[in-house]
Design a protein around this ligand. Structure first.
Ligand SMILES: Cc1ncc(COP(=O)(O)O)c(C=O)c1O
Length: 478
Protein backbone atom coordinates (compact mmCIF):
# COMPACT_ATOMS: atom_id res chain seq x y z
CA UNK A 1 0.00 0.00 0.00
CA UNK A 2 2.91 2.32 0.82
CA UNK A 3 4.12 1.80 -2.71
CA UNK A 4 0.72 2.57 -4.14
CA UNK A 5 0.59 5.75 -2.10
CA UNK A 6 4.04 6.80 -3.34
CA UNK A 7 2.90 6.18 -6.87
CA UNK A 8 -0.19 8.32 -6.37
CA UNK A 9 1.83 11.18 -4.92
CA UNK A 10 4.39 10.99 -7.70
CA UNK A 11 1.64 10.83 -10.25
CA UNK A 12 0.20 14.11 -9.04
CA UNK A 13 3.29 15.81 -10.41
CA UNK A 14 3.16 14.42 -13.94
CA UNK A 15 1.54 15.86 -17.01
CA UNK A 16 -1.38 13.97 -18.58
CA UNK A 17 -0.27 11.04 -20.73
CA UNK A 18 -2.57 9.22 -23.08
CA UNK A 19 -0.27 6.34 -23.99
CA UNK A 20 1.63 3.95 -21.69
CA UNK A 21 4.65 3.61 -24.04
CA UNK A 22 6.38 6.94 -24.64
CA UNK A 23 6.67 7.41 -28.38
CA UNK A 24 9.95 8.17 -30.11
CA UNK A 25 8.39 9.00 -33.43
CA UNK A 26 8.67 5.68 -35.28
CA UNK A 27 5.00 4.98 -35.07
CA UNK A 28 3.59 8.35 -36.06
CA UNK A 29 2.47 7.08 -39.42
CA UNK A 30 0.30 4.44 -37.75
CA UNK A 31 -2.07 7.07 -36.56
CA UNK A 32 -3.36 8.22 -39.90
CA UNK A 33 -5.73 5.44 -40.89
CA UNK A 34 -8.05 2.89 -39.43
CA UNK A 35 -5.64 1.28 -37.02
CA UNK A 36 -7.06 2.80 -33.89
CA UNK A 37 -4.01 4.98 -33.29
CA UNK A 38 -4.10 8.42 -31.76
CA UNK A 39 -1.83 11.46 -32.07
CA UNK A 40 1.43 11.07 -30.17
CA UNK A 41 2.39 13.48 -27.44
CA UNK A 42 6.19 13.34 -27.64
CA UNK A 43 8.37 14.77 -30.39
CA UNK A 44 10.44 12.27 -32.42
CA UNK A 45 13.92 11.35 -31.15
CA UNK A 46 15.45 9.89 -34.31
CA UNK A 47 18.99 9.52 -32.96
CA UNK A 48 17.92 7.19 -30.17
CA UNK A 49 16.03 5.10 -32.70
CA UNK A 50 19.02 4.85 -35.04
CA UNK A 51 21.24 3.65 -32.21
CA UNK A 52 18.83 0.93 -31.23
CA UNK A 53 18.32 -0.22 -34.81
CA UNK A 54 22.03 -0.57 -35.41
CA UNK A 55 22.53 -2.95 -32.50
CA UNK A 56 23.08 -6.65 -32.85
CA UNK A 57 20.18 -8.47 -31.10
CA UNK A 58 22.39 -10.23 -28.54
CA UNK A 59 24.05 -6.91 -27.67
CA UNK A 60 20.71 -5.13 -27.50
CA UNK A 61 19.21 -7.84 -25.27
CA UNK A 62 22.11 -7.56 -22.83
CA UNK A 63 21.81 -3.79 -22.80
CA UNK A 64 18.06 -3.83 -22.09
CA UNK A 65 16.94 -2.69 -18.66
CA UNK A 66 17.48 -5.44 -16.06
CA UNK A 67 14.46 -5.78 -13.79
CA UNK A 68 15.36 -6.65 -10.19
CA UNK A 69 13.02 -8.35 -7.73
CA UNK A 70 11.08 -6.54 -5.05
CA UNK A 71 13.60 -7.58 -2.36
CA UNK A 72 16.72 -7.04 -4.43
CA UNK A 73 16.41 -10.39 -6.14
CA UNK A 74 18.51 -10.78 -9.27
CA UNK A 75 15.35 -11.98 -10.99
CA UNK A 76 12.35 -9.72 -11.33
CA UNK A 77 9.30 -10.31 -9.16
CA UNK A 78 6.15 -11.72 -10.69
CA UNK A 79 3.20 -9.36 -10.56
CA UNK A 80 0.51 -12.02 -10.41
CA UNK A 81 -2.38 -9.68 -9.62
CA UNK A 82 -5.28 -9.51 -12.01
CA UNK A 83 -6.27 -6.11 -10.66
CA UNK A 84 -4.54 -3.14 -9.02
CA UNK A 85 -5.70 -0.97 -6.15
CA UNK A 86 -5.51 2.81 -5.78
CA UNK A 87 -5.55 5.09 -2.73
CA UNK A 88 -8.14 7.58 -3.98
CA UNK A 89 -11.17 7.20 -6.27
CA UNK A 90 -9.98 10.00 -8.51
CA UNK A 91 -6.82 8.05 -9.33
CA UNK A 92 -9.01 5.37 -10.87
CA UNK A 93 -10.75 7.97 -13.02
CA UNK A 94 -7.39 9.33 -14.15
CA UNK A 95 -6.14 5.85 -15.03
CA UNK A 96 -9.19 5.21 -17.19
CA UNK A 97 -8.86 8.66 -18.75
CA UNK A 98 -5.29 7.72 -19.73
CA UNK A 99 -3.70 10.43 -17.61
CA UNK A 100 -1.79 7.86 -15.55
CA UNK A 101 -0.22 4.63 -16.67
CA UNK A 102 2.69 2.20 -16.51
CA UNK A 103 5.41 4.68 -17.37
CA UNK A 104 4.14 7.56 -15.22
CA UNK A 105 3.73 6.66 -11.61
CA UNK A 106 4.11 2.95 -12.42
CA UNK A 107 0.35 2.56 -12.32
CA UNK A 108 -1.72 -0.26 -13.70
CA UNK A 109 -5.44 -0.95 -14.06
CA UNK A 110 -6.08 -4.61 -14.78
CA UNK A 111 -3.92 -7.37 -16.24
CA UNK A 112 -5.86 -7.75 -19.50
CA UNK A 113 -4.54 -4.23 -20.02
CA UNK A 114 -0.81 -3.75 -19.30
CA UNK A 115 0.71 -6.01 -16.63
CA UNK A 116 4.14 -5.09 -15.20
CA UNK A 117 5.70 -8.54 -15.71
CA UNK A 118 4.35 -8.94 -19.25
CA UNK A 119 5.51 -5.39 -19.97
CA UNK A 120 9.03 -6.25 -18.77
CA UNK A 121 9.08 -9.22 -21.16
CA UNK A 122 7.82 -6.87 -23.87
CA UNK A 123 10.84 -4.61 -23.27
CA UNK A 124 13.15 -7.58 -23.77
CA UNK A 125 11.33 -8.51 -26.99
CA UNK A 126 11.58 -4.92 -28.25
CA UNK A 127 15.33 -4.97 -27.55
CA UNK A 128 15.68 -8.31 -29.34
CA UNK A 129 13.87 -7.09 -32.44
CA UNK A 130 15.11 -3.51 -32.38
CA UNK A 131 11.61 -2.07 -32.22
CA UNK A 132 10.36 0.81 -30.17
CA UNK A 133 7.93 -1.33 -28.18
CA UNK A 134 6.54 -4.84 -27.88
CA UNK A 135 3.85 -6.70 -26.01
CA UNK A 136 3.29 -10.40 -25.52
CA UNK A 137 0.19 -12.49 -26.02
CA UNK A 138 -1.22 -15.91 -25.25
CA UNK A 139 -0.13 -17.48 -28.57
CA UNK A 140 1.53 -16.72 -31.87
CA UNK A 141 -1.83 -16.92 -33.65
CA UNK A 142 -3.38 -14.39 -31.29
CA UNK A 143 -0.47 -12.01 -31.96
CA UNK A 144 -0.90 -12.42 -35.72
CA UNK A 145 -4.68 -12.16 -35.78
CA UNK A 146 -4.75 -9.19 -33.38
CA UNK A 147 -2.19 -7.26 -35.45
CA UNK A 148 -4.03 -7.97 -38.68
CA UNK A 149 -7.38 -6.95 -37.19
CA UNK A 150 -5.83 -3.78 -35.79
CA UNK A 151 -4.10 -2.72 -39.00
CA UNK A 152 -6.61 -3.92 -41.59
CA UNK A 153 -10.12 -2.59 -41.13
CA UNK A 154 -13.28 -4.26 -42.41
CA UNK A 155 -13.10 -4.71 -46.15
CA UNK A 156 -9.37 -4.03 -46.23
CA UNK A 157 -6.84 -5.99 -48.23
CA UNK A 158 -3.67 -7.92 -47.43
CA UNK A 159 -0.98 -9.02 -49.84
CA UNK A 160 0.56 -12.17 -48.41
CA UNK A 161 3.30 -14.55 -49.40
CA UNK A 162 1.96 -17.86 -50.67
CA UNK A 163 4.54 -19.60 -48.44
CA UNK A 164 3.11 -19.21 -44.94
CA UNK A 165 2.41 -21.34 -41.89
CA UNK A 166 -0.86 -23.24 -42.57
CA UNK A 167 -2.70 -21.54 -39.70
CA UNK A 168 -1.86 -18.06 -40.96
CA UNK A 169 -2.83 -19.11 -44.47
CA UNK A 170 -6.20 -20.30 -43.14
CA UNK A 171 -6.67 -17.09 -41.12
CA UNK A 172 -6.10 -14.98 -44.24
CA UNK A 173 -7.85 -17.15 -46.81
CA UNK A 174 -10.88 -18.27 -44.79
CA UNK A 175 -11.41 -16.84 -41.32
CA UNK A 176 -10.81 -13.12 -41.85
CA UNK A 177 -12.76 -13.00 -45.15
CA UNK A 178 -15.69 -14.76 -43.42
CA UNK A 179 -15.84 -12.58 -40.32
CA UNK A 180 -14.61 -9.21 -41.52
CA UNK A 181 -14.61 -9.02 -45.30
CA UNK A 182 -10.82 -8.69 -45.24
CA UNK A 183 -9.41 -10.22 -48.41
CA UNK A 184 -5.94 -11.51 -49.16
CA UNK A 185 -4.02 -11.98 -52.37
CA UNK A 186 -1.31 -14.63 -52.15
CA UNK A 187 1.75 -14.01 -54.28
CA UNK A 188 5.29 -15.19 -54.87
CA UNK A 189 6.82 -12.69 -52.44
CA UNK A 190 10.14 -12.95 -54.26
CA UNK A 191 8.64 -11.57 -57.44
CA UNK A 192 8.69 -7.78 -56.97
CA UNK A 193 6.50 -7.21 -60.02
CA UNK A 194 3.89 -9.67 -58.69
CA UNK A 195 3.86 -7.98 -55.28
CA UNK A 196 3.55 -4.54 -56.89
CA UNK A 197 0.72 -5.77 -59.11
CA UNK A 198 -1.14 -7.21 -56.12
CA UNK A 199 -0.84 -4.14 -53.88
CA UNK A 200 -3.80 -1.77 -54.17
CA UNK A 201 -2.87 1.71 -52.92
CA UNK A 202 -5.38 2.93 -50.35
CA UNK A 203 -6.96 -0.52 -49.95
CA UNK A 204 -4.02 -2.77 -49.15
CA UNK A 205 -3.13 -2.15 -45.51
CA UNK A 206 -0.59 -4.89 -44.93
CA UNK A 207 2.01 -6.86 -46.82
CA UNK A 208 2.58 -10.06 -44.82
CA UNK A 209 5.48 -12.51 -45.02
CA UNK A 210 7.58 -14.86 -42.92
CA UNK A 211 11.29 -14.03 -42.72
CA UNK A 212 12.07 -17.68 -43.41
CA UNK A 213 8.95 -19.44 -44.56
CA UNK A 214 7.29 -22.42 -42.91
CA UNK A 215 8.10 -25.05 -44.11
CA UNK A 216 9.84 -24.27 -47.41
CA UNK A 217 12.58 -22.03 -45.91
CA UNK A 218 12.29 -19.29 -48.53
CA UNK A 219 13.99 -16.14 -47.25
CA UNK A 220 11.97 -12.94 -47.68
CA UNK A 221 13.58 -9.90 -49.28
CA UNK A 222 12.50 -7.63 -46.41
CA UNK A 223 14.06 -4.36 -47.72
CA UNK A 224 12.35 -4.79 -51.12
CA UNK A 225 9.00 -5.69 -49.56
CA UNK A 226 9.21 -2.74 -47.16
CA UNK A 227 9.81 -0.41 -50.12
CA UNK A 228 6.86 -1.77 -52.07
CA UNK A 229 4.55 -1.73 -49.03
CA UNK A 230 5.51 1.80 -48.01
CA UNK A 231 5.12 3.21 -51.52
CA UNK A 232 1.52 1.97 -51.44
CA UNK A 233 0.90 3.30 -47.92
CA UNK A 234 0.79 -0.21 -46.43
CA UNK A 235 2.66 -1.73 -43.48
CA UNK A 236 5.06 -4.63 -43.76
CA UNK A 237 4.33 -7.25 -41.10
CA UNK A 238 6.91 -10.03 -40.79
CA UNK A 239 6.61 -13.28 -38.85
CA UNK A 240 10.12 -13.96 -37.51
CA UNK A 241 9.28 -17.19 -35.68
CA UNK A 242 11.91 -19.29 -37.52
CA UNK A 243 14.79 -16.85 -37.13
CA UNK A 244 14.88 -14.88 -33.87
CA UNK A 245 18.37 -13.37 -33.37
CA UNK A 246 19.42 -14.70 -36.81
CA UNK A 247 17.52 -11.96 -38.67
CA UNK A 248 16.05 -8.69 -37.38
CA UNK A 249 13.32 -7.74 -39.86
CA UNK A 250 12.58 -4.39 -38.19
CA UNK A 251 16.23 -3.43 -38.59
CA UNK A 252 15.72 -4.11 -42.33
CA UNK A 253 12.58 -2.01 -42.73
CA UNK A 254 9.63 -4.10 -41.46
CA UNK A 255 7.05 -2.09 -39.51
CA UNK A 256 5.85 -4.90 -37.27
CA UNK A 257 7.48 -8.19 -36.29
CA UNK A 258 5.33 -10.98 -34.90
CA UNK A 259 6.44 -14.17 -33.21
CA UNK A 260 5.19 -17.50 -32.14
CA UNK A 261 7.14 -17.33 -28.86
CA UNK A 262 6.11 -20.98 -28.41
CA UNK A 263 9.09 -21.96 -30.60
CA UNK A 264 12.79 -20.98 -30.39
CA UNK A 265 12.22 -18.10 -27.97
CA UNK A 266 10.63 -20.40 -25.40
CA UNK A 267 12.94 -23.27 -26.31
CA UNK A 268 11.18 -25.63 -23.90
CA UNK A 269 8.18 -26.87 -25.93
CA UNK A 270 6.16 -26.24 -22.78
CA UNK A 271 4.63 -22.78 -23.39
CA UNK A 272 2.28 -21.35 -26.01
CA UNK A 273 2.90 -17.62 -26.43
CA UNK A 274 3.20 -14.81 -28.95
CA UNK A 275 4.67 -11.35 -29.36
CA UNK A 276 3.99 -8.18 -31.31
CA UNK A 277 7.04 -5.94 -31.78
CA UNK A 278 6.60 -2.57 -33.43
CA UNK A 279 6.05 1.14 -32.97
CA UNK A 280 4.85 2.35 -29.57
CA UNK A 281 1.83 3.91 -31.24
CA UNK A 282 0.72 0.51 -32.54
CA UNK A 283 1.19 -1.31 -29.22
CA UNK A 284 -0.57 1.49 -27.37
CA UNK A 285 -3.39 1.56 -29.92
CA UNK A 286 -3.81 -2.20 -29.55
CA UNK A 287 -4.33 -1.67 -25.81
CA UNK A 288 -6.81 1.17 -26.28
CA UNK A 289 -9.87 0.74 -24.07
CA UNK A 290 -12.25 1.56 -26.94
CA UNK A 291 -10.48 0.29 -30.05
CA UNK A 292 -7.61 -1.98 -29.13
CA UNK A 293 -7.50 -5.54 -30.46
CA UNK A 294 -5.46 -6.73 -27.47
CA UNK A 295 -7.64 -5.00 -24.90
CA UNK A 296 -10.94 -6.03 -26.48
CA UNK A 297 -10.18 -9.52 -27.79
CA UNK A 298 -8.13 -10.28 -24.68
CA UNK A 299 -5.43 -12.79 -25.74
CA UNK A 300 -3.65 -12.06 -22.47
CA UNK A 301 -0.36 -13.60 -21.41
CA UNK A 302 -0.25 -14.81 -17.81
CA UNK A 303 2.39 -12.98 -15.73
CA UNK A 304 3.86 -16.27 -14.51
CA UNK A 305 4.41 -17.31 -18.12
CA UNK A 306 5.98 -13.92 -18.87
CA UNK A 307 8.40 -14.45 -16.00
CA UNK A 308 9.35 -17.92 -17.29
CA UNK A 309 10.03 -16.55 -20.75
CA UNK A 310 12.01 -13.58 -19.48
CA UNK A 311 14.42 -16.08 -17.88
CA UNK A 312 14.92 -17.85 -21.22
CA UNK A 313 15.50 -14.84 -23.49
CA UNK A 314 19.05 -14.15 -22.22
CA UNK A 315 20.27 -17.53 -23.49
CA UNK A 316 18.31 -17.40 -26.76
CA UNK A 317 21.36 -16.13 -28.74
CA UNK A 318 23.50 -19.04 -27.46
CA UNK A 319 20.79 -21.54 -28.24
CA UNK A 320 20.28 -20.14 -31.74
CA UNK A 321 24.01 -20.39 -32.45
CA UNK A 322 24.02 -24.09 -31.58
CA UNK A 323 20.75 -24.81 -33.44
CA UNK A 324 22.34 -23.12 -36.48
CA UNK A 325 25.69 -24.90 -36.15
CA UNK A 326 24.05 -28.34 -35.96
CA UNK A 327 21.58 -27.63 -38.75
CA UNK A 328 24.37 -26.53 -41.09
CA UNK A 329 26.45 -29.61 -40.26
CA UNK A 330 23.51 -32.00 -40.79
CA UNK A 331 22.32 -30.27 -43.98
CA UNK A 332 25.83 -30.43 -45.46
CA UNK A 333 26.28 -34.10 -44.55
CA UNK A 334 22.76 -35.07 -45.74
CA UNK A 335 23.42 -33.38 -49.06
CA UNK A 336 26.73 -35.25 -49.23
CA UNK A 337 24.75 -38.51 -49.00
CA UNK A 338 22.68 -37.48 -52.02
CA UNK A 339 19.54 -36.43 -50.15
CA UNK A 340 17.46 -33.49 -51.38
CA UNK A 341 17.98 -30.94 -48.64
CA UNK A 342 16.77 -27.37 -48.32
CA UNK A 343 18.70 -25.22 -45.85
CA UNK A 344 19.45 -21.53 -46.37
CA UNK A 345 22.98 -22.06 -45.07
CA UNK A 346 23.83 -24.30 -48.03
CA UNK A 347 25.49 -22.41 -50.89
CA UNK A 348 23.04 -23.90 -53.43
CA UNK A 349 19.94 -22.64 -51.57
CA UNK A 350 18.33 -19.99 -53.82
CA UNK A 351 18.36 -17.44 -50.98
CA UNK A 352 21.71 -18.30 -49.42
CA UNK A 353 23.38 -15.06 -50.49
CA UNK A 354 20.38 -13.02 -49.33
CA UNK A 355 20.39 -14.50 -45.84
CA UNK A 356 24.17 -14.17 -45.65
CA UNK A 357 23.79 -10.48 -46.49
CA UNK A 358 20.94 -9.58 -44.14
CA UNK A 359 21.50 -12.03 -41.28
CA UNK A 360 23.07 -10.88 -38.03
CA UNK A 361 26.74 -11.90 -38.10
CA UNK A 362 27.73 -14.83 -35.91
CA UNK A 363 24.27 -16.38 -35.51
CA UNK A 364 24.27 -18.70 -38.52
CA UNK A 365 21.38 -19.57 -40.81
CA UNK A 366 18.84 -20.91 -38.34
CA UNK A 367 17.89 -24.28 -36.94
CA UNK A 368 15.35 -25.46 -39.54
CA UNK A 369 16.03 -27.74 -42.47
CA UNK A 370 13.92 -29.80 -44.87
CA UNK A 371 14.63 -33.16 -46.49
CA UNK A 372 12.47 -34.12 -49.43
CA UNK A 373 11.96 -37.88 -49.38
CA UNK A 374 9.83 -37.81 -52.55
CA UNK A 375 6.74 -39.53 -51.20
CA UNK A 376 4.77 -39.34 -47.97
CA UNK A 377 5.40 -43.04 -47.45
CA UNK A 378 9.19 -42.64 -47.57
CA UNK A 379 8.98 -39.55 -45.36
CA UNK A 380 6.97 -41.50 -42.81
CA UNK A 381 9.32 -44.48 -42.89
CA UNK A 382 12.35 -42.26 -42.34
CA UNK A 383 10.69 -40.48 -39.41
CA UNK A 384 9.61 -43.83 -37.95
CA UNK A 385 13.21 -45.10 -37.92
CA UNK A 386 14.61 -41.77 -36.70
CA UNK A 387 12.30 -41.81 -33.70
CA UNK A 388 11.58 -45.45 -32.93
CA UNK A 389 14.74 -47.24 -34.03
CA UNK A 390 17.67 -44.86 -33.59
CA UNK A 391 16.29 -42.18 -31.23
CA UNK A 392 17.57 -39.32 -33.42
CA UNK A 393 14.54 -37.13 -32.69
CA UNK A 394 10.83 -36.92 -32.06
CA UNK A 395 7.91 -36.92 -34.47
CA UNK A 396 6.15 -33.74 -33.42
CA UNK A 397 5.05 -30.45 -34.88
CA UNK A 398 6.52 -27.22 -33.51
CA UNK A 399 10.15 -26.19 -33.38
CA UNK A 400 12.89 -24.70 -31.29
CA UNK A 401 13.18 -27.52 -28.76
CA UNK A 402 16.49 -28.99 -27.55
CA UNK A 403 15.45 -32.33 -29.08
CA UNK A 404 15.17 -32.55 -32.85
CA UNK A 405 11.50 -32.39 -33.88
CA UNK A 406 10.31 -33.61 -37.26
CA UNK A 407 7.05 -33.65 -39.17
CA UNK A 408 5.80 -34.25 -42.67
CA UNK A 409 4.47 -30.76 -43.41
CA UNK A 410 2.01 -31.63 -46.18
CA UNK A 411 0.01 -33.90 -43.89
CA UNK A 412 0.44 -31.84 -40.70
CA UNK A 413 1.19 -28.13 -40.24
CA UNK A 414 0.42 -27.25 -43.86
CA UNK A 415 -2.56 -29.60 -44.24
CA UNK A 416 -4.91 -26.61 -43.84
CA UNK A 417 -3.82 -25.47 -47.30
CA UNK A 418 -5.71 -26.83 -50.32
CA UNK A 419 -3.47 -29.26 -52.31
CA UNK A 420 -3.04 -26.81 -55.19
CA UNK A 421 -1.89 -24.04 -52.80
CA UNK A 422 0.51 -26.48 -51.18
CA UNK A 423 1.92 -27.37 -54.58
CA UNK A 424 2.28 -23.68 -55.51
CA UNK A 425 4.09 -23.07 -52.21
CA UNK A 426 6.52 -25.88 -53.09
CA UNK A 427 5.45 -28.25 -50.29
CA UNK A 428 5.97 -31.71 -51.73
CA UNK A 429 4.16 -34.69 -50.09
CA UNK A 430 7.50 -36.17 -48.98
CA UNK A 431 8.87 -33.04 -47.33
CA UNK A 432 10.18 -33.71 -43.82
CA UNK A 433 10.69 -30.52 -41.81
CA UNK A 434 13.26 -30.77 -39.06
CA UNK A 435 13.87 -28.42 -36.18
CA UNK A 436 17.41 -29.42 -35.31
CA UNK A 437 18.02 -29.79 -31.59
CA UNK A 438 21.26 -29.46 -29.67
CA UNK A 439 21.24 -32.10 -26.97
CA UNK A 440 23.64 -35.02 -27.22
CA UNK A 441 26.74 -34.62 -29.34
CA UNK A 442 26.68 -33.81 -33.01
CA UNK A 443 28.49 -37.06 -33.90
CA UNK A 444 26.15 -39.16 -31.74
CA UNK A 445 23.14 -37.64 -33.52
CA UNK A 446 24.68 -38.00 -36.96
CA UNK A 447 25.37 -41.69 -36.38
CA UNK A 448 21.71 -42.10 -35.41
CA UNK A 449 20.64 -40.36 -38.62
CA UNK A 450 22.88 -42.54 -40.80
CA UNK A 451 21.61 -45.74 -39.17
CA UNK A 452 18.00 -44.74 -39.77
CA UNK A 453 18.73 -43.87 -43.38
CA UNK A 454 20.44 -47.23 -43.91
CA UNK A 455 17.25 -48.94 -42.69
CA UNK A 456 15.37 -47.21 -45.50
CA UNK A 457 17.25 -49.31 -48.07
CA UNK A 458 15.47 -52.61 -48.65
CA UNK A 459 17.58 -55.67 -47.59
CA UNK A 460 19.78 -57.29 -50.30
CA UNK A 461 17.52 -60.37 -50.78
CA UNK A 462 14.53 -58.07 -51.45
CA UNK A 463 16.55 -56.06 -53.98
CA UNK A 464 17.53 -59.28 -55.74
CA UNK A 465 13.95 -60.56 -55.80
CA UNK A 466 12.78 -57.25 -57.29
CA UNK A 467 15.54 -57.37 -59.93
CA UNK A 468 14.55 -60.96 -60.82
CA UNK A 469 10.91 -59.94 -61.14
CA UNK A 470 11.87 -57.05 -63.45
CA UNK A 471 14.01 -59.37 -65.56
CA UNK A 472 11.15 -61.92 -65.83
CA UNK A 473 8.71 -59.22 -66.85
CA UNK A 474 11.14 -57.89 -69.47
CA UNK A 475 11.66 -61.47 -70.79
CA UNK A 476 7.90 -62.00 -71.15
CA UNK A 477 7.58 -58.83 -73.23
CA UNK A 478 10.15 -60.03 -75.77
C1 LIG B 1 5.70 -19.46 -38.54
C2 LIG B 1 4.62 -19.62 -37.51
N1 LIG B 1 3.88 -18.55 -37.15
C3 LIG B 1 2.89 -18.66 -36.24
C4 LIG B 1 2.59 -19.85 -35.66
C5 LIG B 1 1.48 -19.93 -34.65
O1 LIG B 1 2.00 -19.87 -33.36
P1 LIG B 1 1.29 -20.46 -32.03
O2 LIG B 1 1.25 -21.95 -32.20
O3 LIG B 1 2.19 -20.00 -30.94
O4 LIG B 1 -0.06 -19.86 -31.96
C6 LIG B 1 3.31 -20.98 -36.00
C7 LIG B 1 2.97 -22.28 -35.36
O5 LIG B 1 3.37 -23.33 -35.76
C8 LIG B 1 4.36 -20.88 -36.94
O6 LIG B 1 5.09 -21.92 -37.32
Amino acid sequence: MAQAMAAVVASDLVTPLKRPFPNDGLGDENNNNNNGGAPDEKPPQPRAVARRRDADPATALAAARHEFGEHGGVNMSIEASATFTVMEPDTMRRLFAGELGPDRGDMYIYSRHFNPTVLALGRQMAALEGTEAAYCTASGMSAISAVLMQLVGAGGHVVASRCLYGGTHALLSRFLPRVSGVTATFVDADDEAAVRAAVRPGVTRVVYVETVSNPTLAVADVPMLARVAHEAGAKLVVDNTFTPVVVSPARLGADVVVHSVSKFISGGADIIAGAICGPASLVNAMMDLQDGALMLLGPTMNAKVAFELSERLPHLPLRMQEHSRRALAFATRMQGLGLRVAYPGLPDHPHHARLAAVGNPGHGFGGMLCVDMGTEDRANRLMHHLQNTTQFGLMAVSLGYYETLMSCSGSSTSSEMPPEDRARAGISPGLVRMSVGYNGTLEQRWAQFERALALMQPPQHQLKAAADRDADAAGRKH
